[in-house]
Write a protein that binds this ligand. Sequence first.
Ligand code: ARG
Length: 462
Amino acid sequence: MTLWHGRLGGTMAPELAALSVSITYDQQLALVDIAASHAHVDGLVRGGIVSSKEGEALHEALRLVGEEFSGGTFEIHPTDEDIHTAVERRVTELCGDIGAKLHTGRSRNDQVATDLRLWTRQALKDVAEDVVSLQEVLLQRALGAYGIYLPGYTHLQRAQPVLLAHHLGAHCWALSRDVERLLQSMTRLNVSPLGAGALAGSSLALSPDETAAALGFDGHFENSMDAVSDRDFVAEALFDISLLGIHLSRMGEEIVLWNSDEFGFCVLDDSYATGSSMLPQKKNADIAELARGKAGRFIGNLTGLLATLKGLPMAYNRDLQEDKEPLFDSVHQIRLVLRALAGLYATTTWNEEAMAAAADAPGAAAVDLAEFLVVNGTPFRQAHSIIGGLVAESLSSSRSLSELVRDHDLLGEEAVGLLEPGVSVNAKTTPGGAGPVPVAAQLARLEDRVSSDRALLRSLQG
Ligand code: ARG
């Protein structure tokens, strides 16, 4: 029997049922659907729409249905189109005629919007917690990377030496912005649509403010039509995950490079690497490649939803059912990536010698030589040209850059010292820079930021 058997005769065409069914994936909403129904029943009792005795029977049936879902014993019937239908059908089986009162003053339109907000609130909290766990690993590795330096790159050309801690810190700060964005999205979505009904509210004595408070929302909708048709929060969640995924993708690409023989900057732990079915010598960075690859999927989920939302007339349209699969998928996949990358970073061995050898290539200190000239009175443009000329000469002649520096009138022995291993990176002293002094201050701030985000997330309700 359909929910609308009074209006439409016959049975649903199998092609329609096959197209419109969502129980296969929206079962994930079971527990939030039940929580929202408990709040709704309380509202019905408060409004005198059902008696307290009836309310108790409904609560009891809802509790049992919750147990069935949690225990994996809930049986889905072929006619259970979606999770809302399934829960209501089972409640009615459990408490008889009273079950028919559960849906009073409510539509699946406000119900699904409420469920999805509750689900997304928890999901974004879970994602943010996984991000913080990855940050904690990066931070530990940064704190333990004392003295390790490598080339910093621009255009993937060696540019200037940087501390490894600084490099890892760069990723960590990007992740801090992701956590901030997730938290902001959680705040913005925390508005209850329950009570909006199909689109216009209700003639019954319902109080959306009380159900909102019971479900931990900051308040209820201002406009019932907006409440049932707004999926901004899903789009925002998908954007947050996409940008986070892009950050993880960049980290993945870097590990792929660093793990290559050409770079040789790191050695992956065997448990976080894969081999080849054919080539016995291979040790591949599949986690990093998947981190890179999943970003495409996150962006696809976001753009797919945006295209679904575009041009929808007010208010609810069935197109909106297409919001769930991309959301569920992105949340699930990003959490897999976050956890795998955390394990990879925790267990990777840095090849300090390879990093230092690449960073100590003479060209990497070229700007330090130019700054030496600046300190001694040469305008920077001229200094740049002098050092550029020496680099070109060393490349086209048999003389090394150090020899040329030693012999130059404005440079000499003291300047040659700038080309010694490790000198350049230690000379970076400006705030936020790549040398040991500013990096120590940076890491202290990063530690504060990560631990306060962790504490904030612990204190938040999902
Ligand atoms: N499963 C539907 C969804 O996800 C529930 C809402 C159905 N509402 C309706 N008017 N057909 O959107």
